[in-house]
Ligand binder design. Structure first.
Ligand code: ZN
Length: 389
């Protein structure tokens, strides 16, 4: 038997009054909670801005199905599906929620991703974004790489993203579409963006989901898919990811996620072969990677280019040994992410530059600028700071 606050039994009349009051309260609650679900329906036609709340917003995931592009979002927990015929040169996908800008999808996206580039006067470097879209945008905006509308504003400069866009953070989809769009804009302006594959790209697409944000487990389940299948070779981003390099050489510098170990050099693989092998392995399962000796070496957690931490942990690596590595690669320095630092750091008197500035925590981070031969750190406030030695 229910009791009132003072512990007495309620009378029949008071009971009826309470039932009516509860019903009224329930109606009000249903009315308010029903609103976001309605909003999800209406913003299918409006260019909605991303909203933050308990409900999941994510997307789009765009699949190529014959002559159609099928874009899917989860907006306020509701699945939205839009189908568009593939245009002759581009197809535009308008925003619904999550990624806030219109996406131009190229019909024939076979522009080569260059692996060796020379004569670049201005280079900006960003690394280990790990789904921290908002922080990456702030950093790029503060330093004039993109403008207030998130469009390319670095002219003929080149941006290098040294791997690990996936895992940990909650806005991986947005990071990938941002870079996808910026790459087109940069190329039009005479610049470029080099997005390198890191160990987290390889892990996620191979089905190792230990580090994905919990949000993406729910997204995959609502889309009746596995998370890696959202980046299949039939998806726009999946195809794009399968064409990215793992190592690029720009001017006299090598950019790679983990680093180049002496053991990796012993494999004797030219840079183009290393990139092609990683590309072909993206999406293979762990067992397949282990079964092939070359693939196993390229995914070794200690010595492979995407996992190596020797420049930070191996006491036997002297400047002379680093010089020997640089000489074999025919570069003056190596720029690496993967090993998290408080700020961009120069090691071995500038032979190695470490650019993973812990953006994954979502609080702060830095860009490296290499402009006309001078190295500087770009802060979240847009200051250019000395690198030190
Ligand atoms: Zn990494």
């Amino acid at each position: 038997m229910k009791r009132t606050h003072d512990g007495t039994r309620p009378s029949a009349g008071r009971n009826a009054f309470r039932t009516t009051a509860w019903l009224a309260a329930l109606m009000i609650l249903l009315f308010w909670h029903g609103l976001p679900a309605c909003a999800a329906q209406t913003h299918a036609t409006a260019e909605a801005q991303p909203r933050h709340g308990a409900e999941i917003d994510d997307g789009p995931y765009v699949d190529i199905e014959g002559k159609q592009l099928v874009a899917r979002w989860i907006c306020d927990d509701q699945l939205i599906r839009v189908q568009r015929p593939i245009g002759r040169s581009t197809t535009v996908i308008r925003p619904r929620c999550a990624y806030p800008d219109a996406i131009r999808i190229l019909a024939d996206d076979t522009t080569p991703q260059p692996e060796i580039v020379t004569g670049v006067a201005r280079i900006a470097v960003l690394s280990d974004i790990h789904g921290q879209f908002d922080l990456a945008v702030r950093l790029l905006q503060a330093n004039g790489v993109i403008d207030a509308n998130r469009r390319w504003s670095y002219g003929r400069g080149h941006l290098v993203v040294v791997g690990d866009c996936f895992d940990r953070g909650p806005r991986v989809t947005e990071v990938l579409w941002l870079l996808y769009g910026l790459q087109q804009q940069a190329r039009k302006a005479g610049g470029d963006i080099h997005i390198l594959l890191g160990n987290h790209e390889m892990m996620t697409l191979s089905g190792d989901l230990r580090y994905i944000n919990e949000k993406y487990t729910q997204v995959a389940s609502r889309m009746a898919s596995s998370y890696p299948a959202l980046y299949s070779a039939n998806s726009v981003l999946g195809r794009w990811l399968r064409r990215l390099p793992t190592i690029v050489k720009i001017n006299d510098m090598l950019f790679v996620h983990g680093g180049i170990s002496p053991e990796h050099l012993d494999l004797g693989m030219p840079l183009e072969d290393v990139n092609a092998t990683y590309r072909s392995a993206l999406g293979l399962g762990r067992d397949q990677l282990k079964a092939d000796p070359v693939l196993a070496a390229l995914h070794d957690h200690k010595r492979s280019p995407i996992w190596y931490r020797g420049y930070f942990e191996d006491d036997t690596l002297t400047s002379e040994r680093i010089d020997a590595i640089l000489e074999r690669l025919d570069v003056r320095r190596i720029v690496v992410g993967h090993t998290s630092m408080q700020r961009i750091e120069s090691r071995f008197s500038g032979r190695v530059i470490a650019v993973d500035t812990s953006i994954k925590k979502g609080i702060r981070g830095e860009l490296l600028f290499i402009e006309h031969g001078t190295l500087q750190r770009g802060s979240l406030q847009g200051e250019r700071l000395p690198l030190g030695d």
